[in-house]
Design a protein around this ligand. Structure first.
Ligand code: DGL
Length: 272
């Protein structure tokens, strides 16, 4: 399939979480055109089985591949930690594949830490993907991980900030007792609440700017492969797909982050 620097970047998540990564792509690589897919009908992925996550993400990857994307960004920790190997096995010769976990771990960010916290969905925690990777690069680290199952669904729903803050506090109270020095928000949905989480710890726990690190790596690799778009792609309007209907909060978030000049569409798969 013929791709070049003008081809789109395909980004996907279970819902709104990956929009944070898409926004950072717009900031660091303003000429890039992208196609986003949020599998809103199946959200949350965090409470699904590994097989479910593999089957559904493979369908989305095939869809984005057929749209002639030059690169694929798995903007979801639950997908990356459960399906990355399978996606790579089938697609690594066809398309550049990025995820939100590897660039962060390889960034030396934990070298000066002693004890870190990881909050993530049950599917990510259960996979052990983070622990295996972190232990490989940072032998000295003490890791406290918690599965924060309630958080992503209420963020996706756009529940009121008070309710979300209460749920955040409920989970973080435990971590506060454990004297962590860094916290990894290992679910892209949580990145919307980085400030609130930082406030909770009164600046005493360092939070990592995941989207910045991930997009720096994407930019570096696209540049290396001569696939970085260096000319403004004026006539290319970003497209945001959801599965089935368009949830109003998804649409609101897209318009807040990317303005009016976007297409928001639906695409339904035959999931069986
Ligand atoms: N945004 C996804 C992640 O990074 C998870 C949300 C979900 O449970 O679907 O893991």
């Amino acid at each position: 399939m013929k791709i070049n620097s003008l081809s789109p970047i395909g980004i996907f998540d279970s819902g709104i979480g990956g929009l944070i990564i898409a926004k950072e792509i717009k900031i660091q690589m303003p000429n890039e055109y992208f196609i986003y897919f949020g599998d809103t009908i199946n959200m949350p992925y965090g409470d699904k089985s590994k097989n479910f996550i593999i089957d559904h993400s493979m369908k989305i990857v095939s869809f984005l591949y057929k749209k002639k994307c030059k690169a694929l960004v798995i903007a979801c920790n639950s997908i990356a930690s459960n399906a990355l190997d399978v996606i790579k096995e089938k697609f690594h010769k066809k398309i550049l594949i990025f995820n939100v976990i590897d660039p962060v771990i390889k960034n030396n960010i934990f070298l000066s830490s002693k004890r870190i916290g990881i909050i993530a969905t049950p599917a990510t925690i259960r996979s052990n993907f983070y622990i295996e990777k972190i232990k490989k690069y940072y032998h000295h680290l003490d890791i406290i991980k918690i599965s924060t199952s309630l958080l992503a669904p209420i963020i996706e729903k756009g529940d009121n900030i008070e309710k979300i803050n209460n749920v955040i506090k409920y989970y973080l109270n435990f971590l506060q007792l454990k004297s962590i020095d860094r916290l990894l928000l290992a679910c892209t949905h949580y990145l919307f609440f980085k400030q609130e989480i930082e406030n909770f710890f009164h600046g005493k726990v360092h939070l990592i700017d995941i989207q910045k690190i991930v997009v720096q790596e994407i930019k570096k690799q696209l540049n290396k492969k001569k696939l970085l778009c260096i000319y403004p792609n004026y006539n290319k309007i970003p497209i945001f797909y959801t599965s089935s209907y368009i949830p109003s909060f998804f649409e609101k978030k897209v318009r807040t982050l990317f303005g009016k000049n976007v297409f928001i569409k639906t695409h339904s798969f035959n999931w069986i």
